[in-house]
Design a protein. Structure first.
Length: 309
């Protein structure tokens, strides 16, 4: 058995992470007027937000090309792979997962295993890195897919945007019609239903940034403090490094037993949330899927995160 891991650029894995865990990445197209950019290939992180702030015409996004996906699968076949796990951004905000399912149904040379992350950015990256680590440790495909589903049960997200207009414009806010977030300087708090459809919704609102920040931190504390497993958390931003560092320092001080890392909201996701967004995604610590010798632990059944209604 020879297993590959393929994800898309909205995971925002670093080059070092891709190489370390042997993860392949397909870029997602950004359509901006008459020009098509490929996420972090033709347009960089800082360049994108600078352009977004000055452009009169705003961009939209597509999904990875089906031709690119099939070409990658051809490469895996030639290289002797028996299986490929394709981890996609949430089906609640993209049709890419259904495309992968269609390709998987037609493919008989290699087993294609579509996995709907029900999230994006750092959460999608966590799945890909766990799969890569399990493959390196010799896990079979059944254990890998089991652990990906188990990790999903433990994953949650909170984020705050400066302006809901981007999510409304691109149709990615599921309850946009009932939530007015641009009036009266309201600070919306958003999440994704990772254990359900993977859609974005505004779950609360505060009138000041500090109150919104405390709301997010209280949610994190309440949803993680009674769990039986260790937690890891990624704090990430759309080009607001000072605020990201402030979040990181504060969380590390208040939650010293948890593991914290950072990432970015790159161009494709930035199309939908705009600059100034702050986010955090947490889940079961990936290290806890392995024993002290680095071998995969079988039969893990994690307590699921249960968001308040």
């Amino acid at each position: 058995m020879k297993i590959a891991v393929l994800t898309d650029s909205s995971a925002y894995l670093t080059k070092e992470q891709q190489e370390k865990y042997q993860i392949d990445v397909l870029p997602i197209p950004i359509i901006w007027g008459k020009k098509v950019y490929h996420d972090l290939v033709d347009i960089g992180y800082e360049e994108f937000y600078q352009k977004l702030n000055t452009a009169k015409e705003l961009p939209t996004t597509s999904q990875p090309s089906i031709g690119d996906l099939k070409q990658k699968i051809d490469e895996y076949v030639v290289a002797g792979y028996t299986d490929v796990i394709v981890i996609t951004l949430s089906s609640g905000i993209s049709s890419y997962f259904s495309t992968v399912q269609s390709v998987a149904a037609e493919e008989d040379r290699i087993k294609v295993h579509p996995f709907d992350s029900k999230i994006t950015c750092a959460g999608e990256a966590d799945y890909a890195m766990l799969a890569g680590r399990l493959i390196e440790a010799g896990a079979d495909i059944d254990l890998i897919m089991h652990d990906l589903k188990d990790l999903q049960k433990t994953m949650d997200v909170r984020f705050m945007v400066d302006d809901l207009s981007h999510l409304k414009r691109t149709g990615r806010l599921s309850n946009a019609a009932s939530f007015v977030g641009t009036l009266f300087k309201i600070k919306p708090i958003l999440s994704m239903d990772v254990q359900n459809e993977g859609k974005i919704s505004a779950i609360a609102k505060e009138r000041q940034y500090k109150r919104a920040y405390r709301h997010v931190q209280n949610d994190f504390d309440n949803l993680t403090k009674n769990l039986s497993y260790k937690i890891q958390d990624t704090i990430f931003d759309s080009l607001d490094p000072e605020k990201k560092q402030a979040w990181l320092d504060d969380y590390r001080t208040k939650f010293p037993k948890y593991k914290f890392d950072t990432s970015i909201i790159g161009p494709v996701v930035g199309v939908h949330v705009g600059q100034g967004t702050m986010s955090m995604i947490w889940c079961r610590d990936l290290d806890t899927y392995f024993d002290e010798n680095g071998q995969p632990i079988k039969g893990i059944e994690s307590q699921a995160v249960v968001d308040p209604e």
